[in-house]
Write a protein of this length. Structure first.
Length: 196
């Protein structure tokens, strides 16, 4: 399992071989490591194409983050689109999709939502996300009738100006959170909802 984890983290097969030899005194061939990684790819492909298990998913959460990945021998930044949802009837949260995209755009979100609908996603009533124009346009196309709400975290980051999504400079999260929770408690109708 640790071999697979190293591979997933982007460690080359040669380095994985060297690390296991140094730490364990046992050498694993590059072909064995590649074989194990191939099994991971097959499991991931099956997970990505699985049909949703629940009767419906009334609340959908959509976000993207950027990660450095190795593509063709170069390290580049790529978007990782993540969709999670609250299941009906048990209320548990489930990750429905994780997709890598060159960029965040209406086309990439349309592909993502088209795939989810083709797999059987239904019952979406509310979508929570950031205010990305392409994402919202794709939502209107694939989840007609569903309401949209901007994510509270993205709202706080925008309003505070100090906790930007790209994090060009750091401010302790507790400071931002404390100030913004106090602000939101005065604005929201249920003041107890944000008590710490």
């Amino acid at each position: 399992m640790a071999l697979m984890e190293m591979y997933v983290e982007g460690v080359s097969t040669r380095k994985v071989k060297d690390i296991t030899e140094e730490l364990c005194g046992t050498s694993f061939s590059k072909s064995l490591i590649s074989s194990l990684a191939g099994r991971l790819d097959a499991e991931l492909a099956a997970w990505r194409s699985r049909p949703p298990e629940a009767a419906g998913y009334p609340y959908l959460f959509v976000d993207a983050r950027y990660e450095k990945v190795r593509v063709g021998g170069r390290v580049v930044s790529q978007g990782v689109l993540v969709v999670s949802a609250v299941r009906e009837p048990d209320g548990f949260r489930e990750i429905l999709a994780v997709e890598v995209a060159d960029t965040e755009s209406e086309a990439t979100y349309q592909d993502l939502f088209r795939s989810l609908k083709a797999r059987g996603l239904r019952g979406v009533e509310l979508v929570v996300s950031d205010d990305h124009k392409g994402l919202k346009a794709a939502l209107e196309r694939y989840f007609q009738g569903a309401s949209w709400q901007r994510c509270v975290v993205h709202t706080i980051r925008t309003q505070s100006g100090s906790g930007r999504c790209r994090r060009t400079h750091r401010v302790p999260w507790r400071t931002v959170q404390r100030d913004d929770v106090a602000y939101l408690q005065g604005v929201l109708p249920n003041n107890n909802a944000l008590d710490q």
